[in-house]
Structures are given as C-alpha cells and as structure tokens.
Design a protein around this ligand. Structure first.
Ligand SMILES: Cc1cc2nc3c(=O)[nH]c(=O)nc-3n(C[C@H](O)[C@H](O)[C@H](O)COP(=O)(O)OP(=O)(O)OC[C@H]3O[C@@H](n4cnc5c(N)ncnc54)[C@H](O)[C@@H]3O)c2cc1C
Length: 420
C-alpha cells in the first residue's frame, strides 16, 4: 500500500512520524482528539514567564533529539542546563548532592565521597562488593530494581535509583524493565563484568557535557517547528477528532469513514486501555532574591519514606535554565511534581518547597497546576497495526523520537519493497 497514512495522535511521536512519512512521499493526515497538538509537550505562562508545562529537557543519548531539532532549524537553540548538581532529599529530612558519577542513580564509584555521603558507609561498602560478583548475577533480572538490588543492595535502589526512576518514569524501579530504564545496560554488565564498570563505561562514552539538554525558549518549540514543517509539506492535521473502528487499513473519524494505512500514535487506541499513571505538577513563581544562590542546584529528588514532604521532586527551573534570565525579571520558578491527580498540589507546594530548599521561598507571585497522564506500557497489539509513542517506546523524548523515526522509515522501506 502506498496511499494515504492516517496518523492517530498529534503528540511528538505522531508529528515526527508524519513529517518523515510526508518527506518520503506519502500523503499524511494526522488525527488528534484534543484541541491542540503536542501532547505532553506544552507551554504555559506563570507569573509572566513562559515555561514548559510538560517535558522540559531531553536525554542527549543517541543524539536523536538534537538531530531532529537541527533538522527543524533549532540546532543553534539547543542549550545545556546550568552546571549545578541535583540534590537528594533523604528519608531523615537532610539533603545531599546526588553522586556525580552515576547512571540513573547507579554509582560508577561506590566508595566515592558523594556516594558515602548520600547513603552511608555501610551501604556504599555493600555496593562496592558487587565488583566481586560474577557478571551473571542479576543479569537476567526483569526490572532495574531487581538488577541493582541483587548486585549492589537495597540501599542503592531505595535511596538513589528509586527517586530518579520515580521522577523520570513515574513508577517504581521494581516495575521498570532494565531495557526501558537504561538501554544497553544489561549487555554492558555482561561485557564489562560488573555494574560498576558498565556505569563507568557508559559515562565515559556519553557525549561531553550534560546528559540532558533543552531548547532556548522551551521544548514546546519543537512542536511549533514540526507543525510549521507539516503545514509547509501539505499534511492535514485535524483536531477535536474522535477516532473509532480502527483497523490497519482505515478508521472512523468523527463519523467519517477514512481509508489508509493506520499508524497509531496515541495510547489506548487499537490496544489495551490500561489507564496511565497521573502526575500533577505545581509551578510556583516566587519573589525571593536569595534563591539566586540556587541552594539546591537544579533541584531536589525525594527519597522513599521522607516524612513531611508529599512532592516527589522539585525542579528549580530558573536555576536550571539560564536562558530564562532574559524573561524572569528577577523572579524564580519552582516546579514540584506529585503522584496522582492532586487538586491540593499548589497548597502543598509552598511547604514542600520550603522543606526541600531548606529556606523560605518569599512571596508567591503566581502559581499553576496541571495533571498529566503518562501512557501505560502496551501489552496487547492488533495484528498488522503499526504503533509509535510512549506506550511502546517508553518514557522520554530520546526513546519516543527514535522509535517514531524508525517506524516511519520501516513503513517507507516496506513501500519500496512492494514496488520492486
Ligand atoms: C510533566 C512531564 C514531564 C516530562 N519531562 C520529560 C523530560 O524532561 N524529558 C523527556 O524526555 N520526557 C519527559 N516527559 C515524557 C515525554 O513528554 C513523553 O514521553 C512524550 O512526550 C510522549 O510523546 P507521545 O507522542 O508518545 O505521547 P503524547 O505526548 O501523550 O501524545 C499523544 C497524543 O495523542 C492524543 N490522543 C490520545 N488519544 C487519542 C485518540 N483516541 N485519538 C486521537 N488522538 C489521541 C493525545 O491528545 C496526545 O496529543 C515528561 C512528561 C510529563 C507529563
């Protein structure tokens, strides 16, 4: 089939795939159920500062997102976050910088002073013992929690890995597959002989600089740029479109029957309808000049069992992204994340911010809260259907963009095969 492609879902996965397909010569229609495109990439204005309301950075691993941004004309707008540490708020209510040499909290040097400081000498020594274990120990673990626990002990999982996994994936390390958590880690463990050496190797081979980047003006600019390309290339994007009766060859859109090759880029379409996990973000814009000193670097992750704090994480947005200096007018933006749908998030955010930053936060100039739903991993697929997006690729732009491009490419390759 070389006719029209119907892309269901106008998040970044659907838009990236649509762009690749139209450039490959296919007619493309994007069908989006809501009144805007972008999905979990969006912006909002809080206290007069334009901020990302969803994703705000991308992993530099693989170079996929940077390459996309460059193709979209945003290459010069890619920025690194401020070179400040992230912090860990521990169960005992004290805060420490997160260990520098680590991947997803897994230390590359177990007895480094920052690891000992974060989890204590005893737990650090237990982690160090993993160097003596044969590489097969834990190598078949299904989850990242099981893998790290078997090799380095529970303290590393609970105190270092879990806060990061919850912050990034909104789930526990015992629910997250090794492959989704850190692609390539399992094979690196078997190759390098230990988790410690695998982590060190990954850090050494990573591109110079930070493991994440952003875009000056916010990540939502990727959506603006994709949309302007789609418009230029003649892709029809229909909003407020309810899709039903989806098969690999067609669907019903707001009552109109459309035929074409279907590419699903929305969770729960032609798949199991497991509800996703909800997270609520509360953004506070505050007037407190003492925050200029960035007392907790780019932000704070909260360890399991920390009493008196409900937030999972705090990002000091205006400290993390120096490009915001141009527009913040001396104010500071703090973004706190909560598990679930929390109508009380803004009320809680002030007290949580004070505890996590270890200082008063001054006058709140403005506040906003937004609840997001993250896609649950897809466990069922319709025969012959093509899928892109978070439900299959996993969380995060690096995975989602790479998979959307690969799927679009494979669809175009299948066309060429048929034509031969
Ligand atoms: C608060 C937050 C912070 C994040 N931070 C980061 C970060 O810093 N770095 C990072 O890499 N990732 C981050 N992520 C994750 C990242 O944003 C997502 O993994 C990615 O945007 C998912 O893209 P997607 O296109 O697969 O899905 P989505 O963005 O969810 O898009 C799916 C689209 O499909 C539409 N849709 C749903 N159902 C239907 C239907 N029946 N018919 C038609 N359309 C439908 C939706 O309206 C939506 O537009 C964050 C996510 C959130 C919520």
């Amino acid at each position: 089939m070389t006719g029209r492609v119907l892309v269901v879902g106008g998040g970044i996965a659907g838009l990236v795939a649509a762009r690749r397909l139209v450039l490959g010569g296919r007619e493309v229609v994007v069908l989006e159920s809501s009144d805007r495109v972008g999905g979990q990439l969006a912006r909002h204005s809080v206290g007069g500062i334009d901020l990302d309301a969803g994703a705000e950075s991308f992993a530099t691993r693989g170079g996929t997102v940077a390459a996309l941004a460059t193709r979209l004309g945003l290459g010069d707008e890619i920025v690194a976050p401020a070179a400040l540490p992230a912090w860990l708020y521990r169960a005992d209510g004290t805060a420490k910088p997160l260990p520098a040499t680590s991947v997803l909290g897994i230390p590359g040097i177990s007895l480094a002073p920052d690891v000992v400081d974060a989890i204590g000498l005893r737990a650090a020594m237990r982690a160090q013992l993993e160097l003596l274990l044969p590489s097969v120990v834990g190598a078949k673990a299904a989850t990242i929690g099981e893998l790290v626990r078997r090799r380095m002990g529970s303290a590393v999982v609970d105190q270092l890995v879990a806060p990061i996994v919850r912050g990034v994936h909104s789930m526990s390390p015992d629910e997250l597959s090794v492959e989704r958590a850190v692609p390539g880690l399992r094979s690196a463990l078997l190759r390098d002989g230990s988790l410690t050496h695998a982590v060190r190797g990954m850090r050494k081979n990573a591109p110079a600089g930070s493991q994440v980047s952003g875009i000056r003006g916010g990540l939502a600019r990727l959506i603006d740029a994709l949309m302007s390309d789609l418009e230029r290339f003649g892709v029809e994007v229909r909003m407020n479109t309810e899709v039903s009766d989806v098969t690999p060859e067609g669907l019903n859109a707001n009552g109109e029957s459309l035929s074409g090759q279907v590419l699903v880029a929305a969770p729960g379409v032609a798949a199991d309808r497991t509800p996703g996990r909800k997270i609520t973000l509360a953004t506070l814009v505050v007037d407190e000049p003492e925050l200029d000193a960035a007392p907790r670097g780019t932000g704070v992750l909260v360890a399991e069992g920390a009493s008196g704090v409900t937030a999972r994480a705090l990002t000091h947005v205006t400290a993390k992204w120096p490009w915001l200096d141009e527009t913040r007018g001396g104010l500071h933006a703090l973004r706190l994340s909560y598990d679930g749908d929390r109508p009380d998030a803004i009320e809680r955010a002030r007290d949580d911010a004070v505890a996590l930053l270890g200082m008063p936060i001054g006058r709140i100039v403005d506040a906003a809260s937004i609840t997001w739903e993250r896609a649950a991993p897809r466990s069922h697929a319709v025969d012959g259907m093509r899928y892109v997006g978070e439900a299959g690729a996993g969380t995060g732009l690096a995975s989602v963009v790479a998979q959307a491009e690969a799927q679009a490419e494979s669809l175009l390759d299948a066309d060429s095969e048929r034509e031969r």
